[in-house]
Write a protein that binds this ligand. Structure first.
Ligand code: FCB
Length: 477
């Protein structure tokens, strides 16, 4: 049969409509309209990180970090951009709290700069740094906003010899995290040990595009990864030892998630297997307390050197798992020994302003579902999700309808996960405002507030108005 043209189709529909053959809008049929509202206690927030927003890199005794050195090395960041000033949030935090208050968020995820607390990574704490964060936290609490704190979001004290290549850094991290937890757990109920292990290990030591910019051979990369997860595990123990009883401890991880290409049992199982194996050195190790056989076999002599007690620490039980979910990967079932094939991104894969940020909202649903099915965490949060956009300013407005499109689609998929009963309790949008986007400098904007970096003026974008309405109605809008 030949296909019918659009014009013919239009005519046919018009006739059918006139004859009353089409369902009338508003008339109930067997399908129920989607209820896109969230449970009453669902937490809405935004997220930021210290080096990306604070500036004030030489103030109040802060020690230099790997990112200060990296960003000041010619050729490492877009345009030579650095975090020296960033959003100047170190001085403007009270103004930023008002942005949060105006959005109506109940929560805010922020990170603490280790080198403000221990300028050399270890040794004597710097009370000025500690007091600064107490002021920031008090300001949030006074405004009815609950802080969720990340202890390490990539800004590593430069004085630590060998950085993440040195096992001692994991121990130094735990000492810092334990100390700081003791200082702030009267104000903070949720602490995340580290942010995105894959980034501060692989991107910095294998790919070389993040600090410290190394391209190490596989055995050394695996050792860095091991130190990365060990820091998390020792950190959990240290935080529990020093924080007030009841403090909830978790991690913010950017697990690589494989979305099944078709919703059939065989593809769903294949994608889940891919997710478990491809994260063997990170979240899988943390949730299972061991390196799975597939990983050890694949790495052979390059596998990490593990000391007695390491895996028990790495597998320390968590109160919650928080996920940073952005781009999807795809997998399908196949008849290879491992049972799945992964499908690479190609130029026609849609993406936002950052080339890596492939758009695939289903990853939001599958990420939550796969982590729940694989490891059954008690509580899940989305610690980051958001998008870069071009954000042209027209007569003082930024109508970022593309970012709203992205967010609406992802949050709809998180809703699906909540509706199906997975224990997702909150969502932190990345980011409250434009900021220093690592190697991309200030060229990629992820904020829902526009920042003019010359004047430091913050202006809500269309997406801020949209998110405010999501929060007000506690529903996808
Ligand atoms: C994540 C980082 C965060 C920010 C977003 C866009 O990988 O955790 O700091 O750069 O990406």
């Amino acid at each position: 049969m030949r296909g019918i043209s659009r014009r013919e189709l239009g005519k046919a529909l018009a006739t059918a409509g006139a004859a009353g053959a089409l369902a009338k809008p508003g008339v109930a049929n067997a399908l129920q309209p989607n209820d896109l509202s969230f449970p009453k206690d669902f937490r809405w927030g935004t997220a930021t990180a210290s080096y990306q927003i604070e500036g004030a890199v030489k103030e109040d005794g802060r020690g230099p970090t790997n990112w200060d050195i990296f960003s000041h090395t010619p050729g490492r960041t877009f345009n030579g951009d650095t975090g020296d000033v960033a959003d100047d949030s170190y001085h403007r935090y009270a103004e930023d709290t008002q942005l949060l208050k105006n959005l109506g968020v109940s929560s805010y995820r922020m990170s603490i700069a280790w080198s403000r607390i221990f300028p050399e990574g270890r040794g004597q704490p710097n009370s000025k740094g500690v007091d600064h964060y107490k002021r920031v936290l008090d300001n949030l609490l006074e405004n009815g906003i609950e802080p969720y704190v990340t202890m390490f979001h990539w800004d590593l004290p430069a004085a630590l010899p060998g950085g993440w290549q040195n096992r001692d850094t994991a121990k130094a991290y735990a000492d810092y995290a334990g100390y700081m937890a003791g200082q702030i757990s009267d104000r903070v109920k949720h602490i995340m040990t580290v942010n995105e292990i894959r980034c501060y290990t692989d991107l910095g030591h294998q790919v070389g595009v993040h600090a410290p910019g190394l391209k190490l051979p596989p055995a050394e990369v695996n050792q860095v990864r091991h130190h990365g997860v060990l820091a998390h595990g020792l950190g959990v123990q240290a935080i529990r030892a020093h924080a007030k009883a009841g403090t909830q401890v978790g991690i913010a991880d950017n697990t690589t998630f494989y979305v099944p290409v078709i919703d059939t049992p065989e593809h769903i199982a294949a994608a889940k297997k891919a997710t478990r194996e491809m994260n063997a050195m990170f979240l899988t190790a943390i949730m299972e307390g061991r390196y799975i056989d597939e990983y050890l076999k694949q790495e052979g002599a390059n596998a990490p050197k593990v000391q007695a007690g390491d895996m028990a620490a790495i597998g320390s039980p968590l109160d919650f798992v928080a996920l940073n979910i952005y781009a999807p990967e795809w997998a399908r079932a196949d008849d290879s020994p491992r049972g799945y094939a992964t499908i690479p991104h190609i130029p026609s894969s849609p993406h936002m302003a950052s080339p890596w940020l492939i758009v695939g909202p289903e990853v939001a649903y599958w990420g939550v579902r796969q982590v729940s099915e694989l490891w059954g965490p008690k509580v899940l949060y989305i610690s980051e999700n958001g998008a870069s956009a071009d954000d042209p300013v027209n007569n003082g407005r930024v109508d970022d309808a593309d970012r709203v499109m992205y967010l609406r689609n992802y949050i709809t998929q998180f809703h699906r996960a909540v509706a199906e009963g997975y224990p997702l309790k909150g969502y932190f949008l990345w980011s409250l405002m434009d900021n220093f986007e690592w190697a991309d400098g200030y060229s990629k904007r992820f904020g829902i507030h526009y920042v003019d970096f010359k004047t430091q003026k913050r202006t809500p974008k269309l997406s801020a108005a949209w998110y405010k309405e999501v929060i007000r109605r506690n529903a996808v809008v």
